[in-house]
Design a protein around this ligand. Structure first.
Ligand code: ZN
Length: 290
């Protein structure tokens, strides 16, 4: 199953690429489930049970421009650094062995899969395509073996990063440099794991103006999604609808020779196999405000 946020309403999506149809959940469930996309994760088990046999009607064509984040208002947004060996190496670090480096993106940075993102004046804004996991039920001290049963599904994310702000303090302030408005695009929809041929081996990548910048597979993750859910939930409860950015592979602008940053007019496309594509334009912020 795929669920999406279409003009702020929760929908179930069917159909192939470019021909997707959306079914409004509130209308099809006669109000049993509400219209707010974020609220569905609080009733994920009941929702998936209903959706498995629902006779959907009143479908409308999906206009990608109307899509928002499938998890637009998470209570917690966790992110993992250096979770691919090639990205750790290009960043000048040893690959983490004992514990994954964890940071947060503040939830106000979340945006949808088709937004225009404002570039702060003088900033060095960089891309980081990532597989994103969304939590489907409260997970606290769960094992890796059972971890995926706490995941509602996967989607595509961009951990957009302003490197000057990120490195402006010592130690670096990841949460600030990665939380500007629009710096947490997620979408185009959430895909449940049963829809994926192998949820542990998904090709992912991103391109700037059609030029490929990153290309890898999630089988190269140092800490897999089950391992991350187990380790994160060992410390804090993961809540329904929480968003986990699982880390980015090599090819970020920071590590290029010469370094490369997003500029006004650039278009960033981000894909994960079996899930879909996000497409973002970048524009100069006016007077420093997005
Ligand atoms: Zn990242």
């Amino acid at each position: 199953m795929r669920i999406a946020n279409l003009s702020g309403r929760l929908v179930i999506v069917t159909g192939g690429p470019g021909a997707e149809t959306a079914y409004d959940v509130e209308k099809n469930s006669n109000g049993r489930f509400g219209s707010r996309p974020q609220a569905v994760y609080d009733e994920w088990e009941a929702f998936t049970s209903w959706a498995a046999t629902a006779d959907l009607a009143g479908g409308t064509a999906v206009d990608p421009v109307e899509l928002g984040s499938p998890a637009p208002e998470p209570r917690q947004v966790l992110a993992i650094g250096l979770n691919y060996r090639d990205h750790a190496a290009e960043s000048g670090f040893d690959a983490p062995s004992g514990e994954p480096p964890v940071f947060t993106k503040f939830p106000s940075c979340i945006t949808g899969p088709r937004a225009t993102i404002a570039l702060p004046p003088g900033g060095h804004v960089d891309w980081e395509v990532e597989l994103v996991a969304v939590i489907g039920r409260r997970a606290y001290r769960v094992t890796a073996d059972e971890a995926l049963s706490y995941v509602a599904g996967y989607t595509v994310g961009q951990d957009i990063s302003e490197r000057i702000l990120q490195m402006a303090a010592h130690p670096p302030q990841f949460g600030m440099g990665k939380s500007l408005p629009g710096f947490g695009p997620v979408g185009p929809w959430l895909v449940t794991l049963d829809e994926l041929d192998d949820p542990n081996d998904l090709e992912l990548g991103c391109a700037v103006n059609g030029e490929q910048m990153q290309h890898s597979r999630t089988s190269d993750l140092i800490f897999s999604v089950p391992a991350l859910v187990a380790r994160l939930s060992a410390t804090l409860p993961l809540l329904p609808g929480d968003v986990i950015f699982t880390g980015t592979p090599a090819g970020v602008g920071l590590s290029r020779e010469p370094q490369r940053w997003l500029a006004p007019g650039d278009v960033l496309t981000s894909t994960v196999q079996g899930i879909g594509e996000m497409r973002h334009a970048f524009a100069a912020a006016k007077d420093g405000a997005p």
